[in-house]
Design a protein around this ligand. Structure first.
Ligand code: KG4
Ligand code: ZN
Length: 354
C-alpha cells in the first residue's frame, strides 16, 4: 500500500511516498531555515505563510519523484500534533482536501511518534519490542518505553529546554547562526571538549528527567565578560575560543544524554534503544551512544542522518502502522500544539551493569 506523508509542524514543508510503511519511494523537503535565520529561531506567523506557498508544489514533486498519481494512494498521513498550530493547519488542510477529492482515507500522526519509528525506514527491518526510544529535537528530549508503533510510555523528559533548543541558544550566544546544532558541531570539531568542565545536568541519578537551561547560563558566566554588577556582556573573556566553548558544551549535552540512555535501558531491563530527532544527527552523540551500548550491553538503533531532522517519510510510515492498528480518522482532524503520553509510575531499581 502506498502512503502519502505530509509534514508541516515547524519550519519544514515535506511530503513523501512510502510503500508498506518502510520503503521510501520519494521524500521532498522544503526548508524555511533561511527565512528564520535573522530572528535566530522559528517565527510562527512566517512559518505558516511559507507552508501555504510550499505545500502543494512539495506534494506534487513527491508524487512525481515516486512515479505515482493520487489515484495510486491507499492512505494520506499528516502530522496533527505537536507543533505550531498555524503551521500544522496548512498540512492538515491539504490532507483533508486531497482526501475529500479522492476518497483516500486520512490518518493524523503524532510527530514525535514519527521520529521514534524513523530508524527502521532505512533498512526495512521491523523493530523488536519492547525498546527504549529517545527523541532529541528542537522541542523535545523525551525517553519512552515503546511496546509497539503506537504504544509509548513516557519515562522522562526535559524539565525546561530541549537538547536542540540548547544547541540553538548556545549557537546564538556564540554568534554561530541558526539552526544551531550543525553549526555548534562544526565549530566543536576544532575545539577542546575538556577546555571547560560544564556541570552535567543529571538531576536525580535514578530518574530520567533532564534539564538543559542551566548550561546556557553556565556558558555565559564562565566564558563571557561581565559588567560591574556581574551580568554577562556580549564579548568573550580574553583567551576564550569559540571552538572550545562549543566542544565543551556539546560534551556536556552528549554525556548527559548517554548517561540517561544507559540508565533507561538498565532501569527498564530493556537492552535496546532507538534514537531519533534532529539532535540525533550529532556525530559525537552517535559515537558515544554506540560506545556506551557496546560497553553496557545494549543495542543502539540510530536514525540515518537524513531522516533525523523533520521529514514526511517518517510521517507516512507512522501513519501506515497507525492505520493498520486503528483504522482511519474521521474528518475534520483536530490539531494540537502539545502532545501527551501516559507517564510511567515509580521505576524499578537499576541493574548493576551500565
Ligand atoms: O527534529 P527536528 O528537525 O525538528 C523538531 O522537531 O524540533 O530538530 C531540529 C533541532 C534543532 O534544534 C537543531 O539545532 C538540532 O535539531 N540539530 C542538531 C544537529 N542537527 C540538527 N543538534 C546537534 N547536532 C546536530 N548535528
Ligand atoms: Zn521533529
Amino acid at each position: 500500500m502506498l502512503t502519502l506523508g505530509i509534514e508541516s509542524s515547524c519550519d519544514e514543508t515535506a511530503a513523501a511516498v512510502v510503500e508498506d510503511g518502510r520503503r521510501v519511494l520519494a521524500s521532498v523537503i522544503a526548508s524555511q531555515a533561511a527565512r528564520h535565520g535573522t530572528w535566530k529561531g522559528v517565527v510562527p506567523e512566517i512559518a505558516a505563510r511559507e507552508h501555504v506557498k510550499a505545500v502543494l508544489p512539495v506534494i506534487r514533486k513527491a508524487l512525481d519523484d515516486a512515479g505515482v498519481t493520487l489515484a495510486d494512494l491507499g492512505l494520506i498521513a499528516v502530522t496533527r500534533e505537536p507543533g505550531l498550530v498555524g503551521a500544522l493547519l496548512v498540512g492538515v488542510a491539504a490532507a483533508e482536501a486531497l482526501s475529500l477529492a479522492t476518497g483516500t482515507p486520512v490518518v493524523g500522526v503524532n510527530h514525535i511518534e514519527a521520529h521514534i519509528g524513523a530508524p527502521w525506514l532505512a533498512d526495512g527491518n521491523a523493530p523488536s519490542y519492547p525498546l527504549i526510544s529517545l527523541v532529541v529535537s528542537g522541542g523535545h528530549t523525551h525517553f519512552f518505553l515503546s511496546s509497539g508503533p503506537c504504544d509509548h510510555l513516557l519515562l522522562g523528559a526535559t524539565l525546561d529546554d530541549a537538547a536542540g533548543e540548547a544547541f540553538d541558544k548556545i549557537a546564538a550566544v556564540l554568534g554561530l547562526g541558526y539552526p544551531g546544532g550543525p553549526a555548534v558541531e562544526k565549530a566543536a570539531r576544532a575545539g577542546n571538549p575538556d577546555a571547560f568542565r560544564f556541570k552535567r545536568p543529571l538531576l536525580d541519578p535514578k530518574a530520567l528527567d533532564v534539564s538543559f537551561s542551566g548550561l546556557k547560563t553556565a556558558v555565559k558566566y564562565r566564558c563571557f565578560e561581565q559588567d560591574p554588577d556581574g551580568r554577562p556582556l556580549k564579548d568573550m573573556r580574553p583567551g576564550v575560543r569559540t571552538e572550545d566553548v562549543a566542544a565543551s558544551f556539546q560534551a556536556a549535552v552528549v554525556d548527559t544524554l548517554v548517561t540517561k540512555a544507559a540508565l533507561a535501558c538498565a532501569l527498564h531491563r530493556t537492552p535496546r534503544i532507538a534514537i531519533g530527532g534532529g539532535v540525533a544527527c550529532n556525530g559525537p552523540l552517535r559515537e558515544a551512544l554506540l560506545a556506551k551500548g557496546k560497553a553496557a550491553g545494549f543495542e543502539v538503533f540510530l536514525t540515518p542522518p537524513k531522516l533525523c531532522t523533520d521529514n514526511a517519510a517518517m510521517v507516512a510510515s507512522q501513519g501506515y502502522f497507525r492505520f493498520r492498528e486503528r483504522g482511519p480518522d474521521t474528518l475534520p482532524l483536530v490539531v494540537r500544539p502539545r502532545a501527551s503520553w501516559p507517564r510511567a509510575g515509580a521505576v524499578a531499581q537499576p541493574l548493576p551493569h551500565g
